[in-house]
Design a protein around this ligand. Sequence first.
Ligand code: GAP
Length: 437
Amino acid sequence: MAEAPESTLMEKVVNLAKRRGFIFPSAEIYGGFRSTYDYGPLGVQMLRNVKNAWWRSMVQNRDDVVGLDAAILSPPAIWAASGHLTTFSDPMVDCRNCNERFRADHIGDTCPSCGSKDLTDARDFQLMFKTHAGPVEDDGSVAYLRPETAQGMFTNFLNVQTTSRKKPPFGIAQIGKSFRNEITPGNFVFRTREFEQMEMEFFVPPAEAQQWFEYWVAQRYEWYLDLGMPAEKLQLRPHDADELSHYSAGTTDIEFQFPWGWGELEGVANRTDYDLKAHSSASGSSLEYYDQASNERYTPYVIEPAAGATRAMMAFLLAAYDEDEVGGELRTVLRLDWRLAPIQVAVLPLSKKPELEPLAREVLGKLQQHFYCDYDATQSIGKRYRRQDEVGTPWCVTVDFDSLEDGAVTVRERDSTDQVRVALDHLIAELINRTQR
Ligand code: GAP
């Protein structure tokens, strides 16, 4: 397998993402808008596949985790109690000469933009987006866009626990948008101001916290491997004591080797009873759990695996990008796991001749019951295979003139480019069988 040089990998993936409809710069016709991005037809599907793979492993395949979809708009009281209003900020300095603003811990005593030494003292810059709910813009109507999905799981802890009748250890999972007014967004969708998170809060008896923390670090690492991430591109990094978030007694990051170096994909944290206690005391509503069996009341500890969906999608794209040679020609191929590929099966009638269309469409209709499919009848078959390889389609099904006679089609596999003839009656079973390998 040819390895794409790291220095240009990022450029190639960003170009491919734009050219093939994965990710577009947002508001591009107006010159773009501050590191925001829109997900095109293939991108929205791949992002959904990433989120579905997470939901399947965290909720569907378990009986100790349930789902939640909490509001994005939230009152200041939540963020006062969680500590975000006071601690979720970066120290910033302004250059009085050119008016640029920088993170104080990223620069020395001169402005990196104009070289002036005339800088303000560092001031804390709040990272939460503030807005107003309702028609009146006063202090009483202030609302924040959530900077993490987690707080919805804490404030609903008892609602969920009592309605689902779960007992610790159990978890609440949520996927959704979060917003942070990042000072230095960048590296494509690695750091943006609007992004999607996949978070799970796992509530446990305090004495079991460490064992569950280790369990979730291992589980989450396995999830990336299982979806095809190469082990040499992943590492676990425990946080030093001085970099822990205000709520954490221990955090281990799962990191991916991005083209510029190791970067966080996900943090697994032991949030202790910090959040539940903070909300209990600020709201006056107890968030303790009453264990009927032991007649004990306690505040559970929380183990939190917190991942970025958009960041994970970017990492899967980077890891999957490859170039090799097929029939003496250079080809670009995304070696995506079939579960993540935006198109799982492409149906390609060999020619545009009308005789082939009815059978090809019949095959498409059957495959669509099981897979995300594309139908493409234009250009030479070789060109169409390349187009599918480039977006990671694992299987192409070609309907030719023989198919009309023998009731069979050709199945071509992306990575090996191997082709086999398969009877139409066995096509679905054959492809489902391939997903199990
Ligand atoms: N509830 C804990 C929490 O939010 P975090 O480490 O700040 O922890 C979790 O965020 C994950 O969310 C990160 O590992 C990253 O994948 C993603 N994430 C955070 N900020 C992001 C940003 N500005 N752009 C894209 N993804 C981001």
